[in-house]
Design a protein around this ligand. Structure first.
Ligand SMILES: Nc1ncnc2c1ncn2[C@@H]1O[C@H](COP(=O)(O)OP(=O)(O)OP(=O)(O)O)[C@@H](O)[C@H]1O
Ligand SMILES: [Mg+2]
Length: 270
């Protein structure tokens, strides 16, 4: 990765407002006192692995692109890659890239792409790699410079080790990002969610919203679980995604109202 690596492409949908023109776009949030528009950036974490972080991150990117802003996803550390057409691919990275409209080199959006689908510090050790925050922070600066909105997807739950001294909670803290929590609705999710909120707040970070995701169909007492969480999490419930026949960014986005999020670029907030 190099800070000099170029931006490869920016796609703006034809039905979007002229959002890349920051002086004219209706989708731009109000201007701050320092003359800069507020930017939407967040860190997406979850109660566990495989509970919908990528789905929600992609839905968020989809909604941002629809609002006409330059939106980029980042998956700083991804474990599990396959070689296709001479390039290593990870599903999460591919989904985030497809949902966003700012396309940077994969080495920027994912500074640590590891081959083994295992806990990142284990996958890294297998390759003789030590995951360190410096390339991630440098890449984030570059993504920020090329985009109006950045969605960073964590790895697994909130406290997944990245090396012997550093975990994903430390990464969120160093990036200093507000956090969106995805709760995979399943037995045990209430405690997982509340512990995660505690860990986020213990780092001085803010939970700006949470999403209930029905990763399994027909969970018993799903409504009661959501109600118990809503009562205890001091952040807006942004939406509840049902079990989708064909999960996609667009389908998931239809069940989430992101406009409650601070700095979300909607005309309503102008
Ligand atoms: N509401 C849903 N309906 C149907 N399928 C879903 C739903 N939510 C997630 N899935 C599916 O479950 C799988 C895991 O979701 P996803 O990849 O978003 O999880 P994750 O938390 O990002 O996992 P990881 O920890 O590996 O990054 C995916 O195949 C996804 O399409
Ligand atoms: Mg994921």
């Amino acid at each position: 990765m190099s800070l000099d690596d170029p931006v490869i492409a920016v796609d703006i949908p034809s039905d979007a407002p002229a959002a890349v023109d920051e002086t004219e776009s209706q989708a731009q949030p109000a201007v701050l006192a320092n003359g800069l528009p507020p930017r939407f950036c967040c860190f997406v974490t979850g109660t566990d692995t495989e509970i919908g972080k990528t789905l929600v991150s992609s839905a968020m990117l989809h909604a941002l692109v629809k609002a006409g802003v330059r939106a980029c996803g980042m998956k700083p550390v991804a474990a599990g890659a396959e070689l296709r057409d001479g390039e290593w691919h990870n599903d999460d990275c591919d989904q985030l890239a497809a949902a966003g409209n700012v396309h940077l080199l994969p080495t920027i959006t994912t500074p640590f792409l590891l081959k083994e689908p295992a806990a990142p510090h284990i996958a890294a050790a297998l390759e003789g790699v030590v995951i360190s925050p410096v390339p991630i922070l440098a890449a984030y600066v570059e993504i920020n410079a090329a985009s109006d909105a950045v969605v960073v997807e964590g790895v697994g739950g909130f406290r997944v080790p990245l090396n012997d001294e550093f975990d994903t909670a430390d990464l969120a803290e160093q990036l200093d990002l507000p956090v969106v929590l995805v709760v995979g609705l399943r037995l045990g999710c209430i405690s997982h969610a509340l512990l995660t909120v505690e860990a986020i707040e213990a780092r001085g970070l803010t939970v700006i919203g949470w999403v209930a995701n029905e990763t399994q169909a027909d969970m018993a007492f799903a409504d009661e679980n959501v109600a118990a969480l809503a009562q205890r999490i001091d952040a807006p419930l942004l939406g509840r995604i049902p079990r989708l026949q064909q999960p996609s960014a667009e389908a998931a986005a239809a069940h989430i109202d992101f406009t409650e999020l601070p700095n979300w670029p909607t005309q309503n907030k102008l």
